[in-house]
Ligand binder design. Sequence first.
Ligand SMILES: O=C(O)CCC(=O)C(=O)O
Ligand SMILES: [Fe+2]
Length: 359
Amino acid sequence: MSNPVDFSSIPIIDLNLVNIGKKDQLLGELKHALLHVGFFYVKNHSIPQSLLDRAKDLAVQFFDSPQEIKDKSDKILSSSFLGYSKQGFETTKGKKDNREQYDFGDEIDIDFKPGMPEYFKLYAPYQWPSDEDVQGFRSTYLDLLENYKKLALQLTELVALSLGLPADAFDKYFEKDHQNRAKVIKYPSISELDPNDGDQGVGPHKDIANLLTLLYQANDLPGLQVQNHAGEWIDATPIPGTIVINIGTGLETLTSGLTVATTHRVLNPPPGRGPRFSIPYFLSVRLDKPFGVIDLPDKYDYLKDREVVSDTDGQFKELFLNNLSKAMLLNRIRSHPDVGFKYYPELAAEIGVNENTKF
Ligand SMILES: O=C(O)CCC(=O)C(=O)O
Ligand SMILES: [Fe+2]
């Protein structure tokens, strides 16, 4: 193994350490996870289990609804890339992902007018399942969004402190009312899939342009895997009472790669185990300012030349530093070319998506 501190398991960090006078221990464990793993679980977090349970029940109800009900909130209806996507309408690295999902985000009250930066189209309204179709879906998921945000901001402060920065070091990357996004995902078991579909729930990727991802694994099924620096896949097995946290390429870029946006993927559940559900939340950064690089007080020369194997292709990486909003848009168009071609035809053409693309 090229890296002597490479990981073979994912650390668990107890947020209660802050309340029992052990904040320094927590910051030390967090620093290790940030610099060497890029993934960790948190336990004793602030999100009520009753809310997570309700969200899971509503996910089952929504995905079990007749197709015509789900289609009423299809992503193609909005330039925001928010809403429902059918299984097989998303790709990673050019390969079909076997998952069905509903993407949602903070509702921003801005109308796109010609002349505005194109990324404002991401704030367009999108369709929720109505209360007649799935009672309480919108209100529950907006509640979850608020709870996720509170935990994400608490973690952002702890991340800053653990790296020796002031607690508010990342505040300038947030903008009042900017949009954070989340989604609820169903991964069918491979016994439900066509044999030609393979088992790619979502292919190897890094989370793009966000600082942190918070992920609730809603049932006890394997599937999420994390790539260590030698390129081996490590299981991120669900642990009751925890949320999984990982670093996005936003934080990786801000820290000059010292914290790694670790590559991960999801495999569809094994036959006979039923579908897997998960609900990730992405703490994003403002899109109107280019990323800078934060000077960390400690020196990490020993980390600078380490090799990190990744099965991702690192596309648009150079754009993050000088045109974050364009990098974000291109990435979304690449994942959802049908929506991209409809609402962003010129950008879509730049990455080869046009009227001849097979969606
Ligand atoms: O569903 C999961 O466990 C992970 C999902 C994920 O990595 C993503 O959507 O970015
Ligand atoms: Fe991800």
